[in-house]
Design a binder for this molecule. Structure first.
Ligand SMILES: Cc1cc2nc3c(=O)[nH]c(=O)nc-3n(C[C@H](O)[C@H](O)[C@H](O)COP(=O)(O)OP(=O)(O)OC[C@H]3O[C@@H](n4cnc5c(N)ncnc54)[C@H](O)[C@@H]3O)c2cc1C
Length: 472
């Protein structure tokens, strides 16, 4: 029966032609109207993904009156609803946990059974046998064991929710931020849509943590959309979780018989056009597929978003059929979940006061307004300095970006969009926003020393302040 249904879906021409197309010739004039003000807040955060939850919690911990609006019914963004449960590196090449603060608060709150990852004693280890083991479990890279756990998305939702509620931030789910309220080039709040219709939340400072820069785009702030076509940067997909598998058997097969594994991949490519490889999840009987990595679609086009949803699920069924027939450990696999949230790696990036650039971090430059560090891409490079200016809008006052829509070039976006970095920039944006409200200053006038001091108080890792420039 399952096989027959799969065949029916295969028979349909499931490409972008299947998504409803717009009719570009028609316009509807929407009449102006008064809308209710739902509430006033000091800091409004749009988007409850990793960055938005960190921003809302950090701002509330500084004593700000915070409103967090999220379009879906859960928190955690792509890290939960997108099934991106592979939390990237939080340690440097020596095993130092350089992304701590809110990131540590979330991860340390997960119960043991909701996570796999190396013990602290192994972080930074170059021992070959440890690396061989953790490499198969997403926690070793370039010969170094890293703190990069794989987690249960349901517990990750709960951990985000706990932290936000504990901080006393005010939360509104099922609320889609649709318009920026700007007066005299200064943010005044956001209009959102819900089942109750259109309402506004007025705020002194707004943090755009939508991932796609929805708010700063509507506010008229500058942004970039260029992509690095040589990497997966621009690719989109829906991820899949499968159950009923035996991942230890799968790993054994790959290690014991590399030739058979190569044959499996080759035949898979012939049968499926593109073969997606499974990754370990937080349990042996669960496999994670990050999705079919589709090119040529825009995350800002509703027709393209529709097409990626259709195409990803078509490919999921084709993969299930192939894996069940031929992959050791997958004979009894079944689909547990296709991600409720589409996997967009990149949409818009703010054009901020500063921009994180490849040339800078390759030279080891440290920013005077550094608010944290990202692990670097190679043991030959020092950790990457993240400036507060990369979160602050240029043209519109009291507007910050956090998470995967901050100001950086496409090469830096490769790692700045990862979940730990989104927690980090979210926390810094929340602190800067709250301090601006408390002092009555514009965000761009808040002294970075005050932001750094509060981040330290909240458990973030920071080096002693630097003068702007390359290492001495
Ligand atoms: C396929 C794929 C694989 C990845 N692999 C990894 C990996 O292995 N490791 C890793 O660390 N990272 C990985 N990433 C990157 C990482 O998942 C994201 O970049 C990160 O989750 C971004 O966090 P964020 O908070 O900036 O945005 P998001 O996670 O996108 O969260 C944004 C939140 O805002 C909400 N929102 C959006 N628009 C609105 C609106 N207008 N109003 C209200 N709410 C709104 C969304 O519903 C969402 O909850 C991957 C990403 C993808 C797509």
């Amino acid at each position: 029966m399952a096989g027959r249904r799969a065949q029916l879906l295969f028979a349909a021409p499931c490409d972008r032609m299947r998504a409803m197309k717009p009719d570009p010739t028609n316009v509807y004039h929407e009449p102006a109207r008064d809308i209710p003000i739902y509430r006033r807040a000091g800091v409004l955060v749009a988007g409850g993904g990793p960055a938005g939850c960190a921003a809302a919690t950090a701002a509330a911990r500084c004593g700000a009156d915070v409103a967090l609006v999220e379009r879906f019914g859960h928190l955690g963004g792509l890290a939960t609803g997108g099934l991106v449960i592979w939390i990237d590196r939080m340690t440097d090449w020596d095993g130092q946990r350089v992304i701590a603060g809110f990131a540590a608060d979330v991860i340390d709150r997960l119960p043991k059974e909701a996570l796999i990852g190396p013990p602290e004693a192994a972080w930074g280890s170059r021992a070959p046998e440890l690396n061989a083991y953790w490499q198969e479990r997403a926690a070793a890279w370039r010969g170094v064991v890293t703190w990069s756990p794989t987690v249960d998305p349901e517990y990750l939702k709960l951990a985000h929710l706990d932290l936000v509620l504990e901080s006393k931030a005010n939360l509104l789910l099922h609320a889609w931020a649709v318009e920026a309220i700007v007066e005299d080039q200064r943010m005044r709040g956001v209009v959102f849509e819900s089942k109750e219709g259109r309402q506004a939340i007025l705020a002194e400072v707004v943090v755009d943590a939508t991932g796609d820069g929805d708010i700063f785009a509507r506010a008229g702030a500058g942004f970039d959309t260029d992509i690095d076509e040589t990497t997966i940067h621009h690719r989109m997909n829906v991820a899949w979780l499968w159950c009923g598998v035996d991942m230890e058997r799968w790993i054994q097969f790959k290690q014991d018989d590399p030739q058979a594994y190569a044959g499996f991949l080759e035949k898979g490519r012939e049968a499926l056009e593109w073969i997606e490889r499974p990754h370990v999840a937080w349990r042996n009987d669960v496999a994670l597929f990050m999705g079919p990595k589709l090119s040529g679609y825009s995350p800002l086009s509703v027709a393209d978003l529709t097409a990626v949803e259709i195409e990803s699920r078509r490919r999921m069924l084709a993969h299930l059929d192939y894996f069940r027939r031929t992959a050791p450990g997958f004979e009894k696999a079944w689909i547990m979940l296709s991600a409720p949230q589409i996997g967009t790696r990149h949409a818009r990036r703010l054009a901020g006061l500063k921009r994180i650039c490849q040339a800078d971090w390759k030279s080891g430059l440290r920013h005077a307004d550094e608010i944290g560090l990202s692990p670097s891409l190679s043991p030959n490079l020092v950790s990457v300095s993240i400036p507060l200016g990369s979160l602050v809008a240029r043209e519109v006052d009291n507007l910050l970006a956090a998470g995967r829509n901050i100001s950086c070039d496409p090469q830096s976006h490769l790692f700045m969009r990862e979940i730990p970095q989104c927690w980090l920039t979210g926390q810094a944006a929340g602190v800067a926003a709250a301090l601006a409200v408390r002092s009555g200053q514009r965000v761009k006038d808040v002294p970075v020393e005050a932001v750094r001091a509060e981040l330290r108080r909240q458990g973030a890792f920071l080096l002693p302040p630097a003068r702007e420039g390359p290492p001495a």
